[in-house]
Design a protein around this ligand. Sequence first.
Ligand SMILES: Cc1cc2nc3c(=O)[nH]c(=O)nc-3n(C[C@H](O)[C@H](O)[C@H](O)COP(=O)(O)OP(=O)(O)OC[C@H]3O[C@@H](n4cnc5c(N)ncnc54)[C@H](O)[C@@H]3O)c2cc1C
Ligand SMILES: NC(=O)c1ccc[n+]([C@@H]2O[C@H](COP(=O)([O-])OP(=O)(O)OC[C@H]3O[C@@H](n4cnc5c(N)ncnc54)[C@H](O)[C@@H]3O)[C@@H](O)[C@H]2O)c1
Length: 495
Amino acid sequence: MSNATPAGAADTQDTWDVIVIGGGPPGEIAAQYAIQGSDRTAVIVEQELVGGECSYWACMPSKALLRPVEVLATARHLPGVQSLVGDHSLDAGATLARRDSFAEHDDTSQVKWANGIGIDVVRGRGRLAGVRTVAVTASDGSVRTLTARLAVVLATGTTATVPDLPGLRDALPWTSRDATNVHQVPRRMAVIGGGVVACEATTWLRALGVDELTVIGSAPTLLGKNEPFAGELVLEAFRKSGVTVHLGARVDAVSRRDPQDTGEGNIHGGEIEVSFGGRSIVVDELLVAAGRTPGSRDLGLDTVGVDTSDSHGFVTVDDHLSVVGVGGDWLYGVGDLTGRALLTHMGKYQARIAGAVIAARAAGKPVDGPRTTDRADHGQVPQVTFTHPQVASVGPTEQAARDAGIDVETVEYDIASVAGAALLEDGYTGRAKLVIDRATDTLVGATFVGTDIAELLHSATVAVVGKVSMEDLWHAVPSYPTVSEVWLRLLESRG
Ligand SMILES: Cc1cc2nc3c(=O)[nH]c(=O)nc-3n(C[C@H](O)[C@H](O)[C@H](O)COP(=O)(O)OP(=O)(O)OC[C@H]3O[C@@H](n4cnc5c(N)ncnc54)[C@H](O)[C@@H]3O)c2cc1C
Ligand SMILES: NC(=O)c1ccc[n+]([C@@H]2O[C@H](COP(=O)([O-])OP(=O)(O)OC[C@H]3O[C@@H](n4cnc5c(N)ncnc54)[C@H](O)[C@@H]3O)[C@@H](O)[C@H]2O)c1
């Protein structure tokens, strides 16, 4: 940690224009956009590390772990390289070392960045204590009261949910923090969940050498928020790699011999028995990847009349990122805490808008312009799941579009038939799907599944956000021989 202003220091200021509680990427960006190009002041209140979950325990370490998995899998299917790789598995030591280099638990550079653009940092746990007022409890227990002249931004994110199942919490299971910061690779593991965290973690844990790996998901498919074929292709890949998957399964009970808090990423004690659907398995570690709990508890929301009981603890905001139900335009929410889209890039997008709204309101300007109104959270959210194959999507699935009352037409194509994909690796497996609004003849959703398709997604995002007509897409000529030629094949299949 750097020498940011310690909460409780008597000689520090207590009033800023903008106070942000939570220093993840959305909190940082909200502060930046609220003050840039002005003499306004801002402070970030952070209880742990500036940079948040994404930098140290989520996006960065997980993607650093997954990149070697992707490269090795491709090399195994690429004559000329295949023989060099042979049967070798991942070099776990080097992979973990590279992961560490991306997610060192030190926020010196982040604090330096903040201070460099005029943002102060106060260490401690922030809590609303009335209108424009934040009480900060430092690690020594001292409490300091800060006042905001203009705005308070709530950016406290989420933490891993550990369901209240018999024996589960007592077993001290791994959460995503342990999985991304894995130090000891267990021989036998079970993963509870079938969403993005479960699927990505299964991918790297298996590659790092977990010998017996069992996924237990309560939903009927993996990656249930995506098109069904995405979960099916990932399931097929898991099974091929020796992972056992049980879907539509509910864990009944967990019991662990000698649970011990041995620290993040280490095995937390003795063997664990996991009982589900009338059977039981014994593993050395258990990862819980069953969703996220918003950081709204004990945030003092009651002191300003905000009740989150109807929104599962998420803080509801409007399209200017103002907290709904709070008068005076002073309280904002960004990032995971809002429940809009639990993704770093979407949190940062919201933060750019919130910051711009705060700046506009401070200058007495209107806030109904394009940079001060959130559009993308309404059906234009892009996401890449870095499994092997990768799953990339933007906009609603066919089913979600139908549920929203859109008269949709769909078109699908086997990406393996595209020359650019066949050149990437032998035996390429992949699929693409477009969801088209018949009424406007524009693209509303797209999904690509396959090796190395992450970078393809932005083309679809631009088309969806720009409401590009399907006819105009005929004139967006993809280069030969790239995977992007799937766009042409999709258009041709549609006729
Ligand atoms: C394993 C994993 C992998 C992921 N990978 C990706 C990915 O590849 N791409 C992607 O887009 N998203 C990914 N996500 C999601 C992404 O991590 C979140 O969307 C993002 O971190 C949200 O940012 P946030 O600032 O809203 O919340 P957080 O990152 O949770 O940050 C909140 C911050 O607020 C602080 N805080 C909380 N309460 C208080 C308080 N009372 N006072 C002071 N400080 C407080 C916390 O210490 C924390 O620093 C992943 C998530 C997980 C779990
Ligand atoms: N690459 C990325 O963009 C990325 C990576 C990781 C996480 N994230 C984000 O983080 C958020 C959290 O991810 P997540 O996977 O924890 O949540 P999720 O909501 O995506 O998935 C949770 C899964 O757990 C299952 N589940 C819940 N309770 C269960 C139980 N008791 N037993 C068995 N299964 C159970 C659900 O059916 C679901 O499949 C997501 O919104 C995701 O977008 C993004």
